[in-house]
Design a protein around this ligand. Structure first.
Ligand SMILES: [Fe+2]
Ligand SMILES: [Fe+2]
Length: 326
């Protein structure tokens, strides 16, 4: 059995002091947003608790699907590098960036430089933001990291997945299939119509879904919406591919979005007969403890079968049927 952990939307706080010049750029809208909505929710030791709990469950590999920071200032990007170094060794952790990591032009390149060892393929090639997609092979698993992160105009949080990445991602998926590996694709934005508000959507999701249906994959992991979602894409040869979103790893309890959570994926079997079990673990809705939230087996025919205890989450926080804005 090979165990993958999935964390996302770290939004490391606290927000550093900004210079006047930084405030004069697009960051001012993000700063206001942070002050109003996120500051209270994202402070505290929730993230520390979650990471400590994740370690106890001994994942073989950890994936982080973006939004490590808030406004992508130099101080935040440096802070996120230190957080990653504290989390673990680069060969144990695979990262892809989110829209907040590319908040203003130039920010993504800085993030790529600072977080480089965590976002580079096994062949070690680096091309700044053209490094994506990269591929890493760990045990029976191929991890393919793509980037949807880009700087946007104020009040937009869109991402994009274009032709160049699509072609290369398909190549890597075919290569991994030839090696008999279980293929996991990482992307920050959900590659699903209607999964995020229009101003926060993935542009080019048709390229993404085409890649998955042409080349196949076994699992897609994303963040961005801060919600616990499960969608399905058509895979190769009539299979269905689960697309799993995870809430923010830093979210305290008692807010509109689900409290901090991470997912564990237990992978067993081999080509043509993979077994995939998703275990969700996180803060209970009352914030009193970290516990199992839900366990289910994800089948390649597009069904999810409950396999363990499910915490009775209030309807407003069960988001699979009702996508909300990030
Ligand atoms: Fe986020
Ligand atoms: Fe995001």
């Amino acid at each position: 059995m090979f165990r993958i952990a999935h964390l996302s939307d770290i939004h490391l706080g606290p927000l550093p002091e900004l210079s006047y010049r930084e405030l004069a750029s697009k960051r001012i809208t993000g700063y206001i947003n942070w002050q109003r909505n996120r500051k209270r929710a994202m402070f505290g030791d929730t993230l520390l608790q979650l990471v400590a709990d994740m370690r106890q469950n001994r994942p073989d590999h950890v994936t982080v699907t973006g939004d490590l920071v808030n406004l992508a200032t130099k101080t935040e990007v440096d802070g996120a590098r230190l957080w990653l170094q504290d989390l673990g060794k680069p060969d144990w952790i695979s990262v892809v960036p989110g829209n907040h990591d590319a908040y203003v032009p130039g920010a993504l390149n800085r993030a790529c430089r600072e977080w480089n060892p965590y976002m580079v393929g096994d062949e070690g090639l680096e091309f700044d933001d053209r490094r994506f997609p990269y591929m890493r092979v760990r045990g029976p698993v191929a991890i393919i990291g793509t980037s949807s992160a880009e700087a946007t105009v104020p009040f937009f949080a869109t991402g994009s997945f274009k032709r160049r990445q699509a072609l290369r991602t398909a190549q890597l998926l075919r290569q991994a299939h030839g090696l008999g590996l279980f293929r996991i694709v990482l992307i920050h934005h959900p590659p699903i119509s209607g999964a995020a508000a229009w101003s926060k959507r993935l542009v080019g999701k048709q390229f993404f879904s085409r890649v998955i249906s042409d080349a196949g994959a076994e699992l897609v992991l994303h963040g961005h919406t801060h919600l616990d979602t499960l969608y399905w894409l058509n895979g190769h040869g009539g299979t269905r591919v689960p697309v799993c979103g995870v809430p923010s790893a830093s979210q305290s309890a008692g807010h509109e979005k689900p409290a901090a959570r991470y997912n564990l994926f237990d992978i067993d079997g081999g080509p043509g007969e993979w077994s995939l079990v998703q275990r969700e673990r996180g803060l209970t809705p009352d914030g009193s403890r970290i516990d199992w939230i839900r366990e289910r087996k994800l089948l390649a025919n597009g069904t999810a079968v409950a396999t363990g205890p499910t915490v009775d989450l209030p309807p407003a926080r069960r988001s699979e049927d009702r996508p909300q804005e990030p």
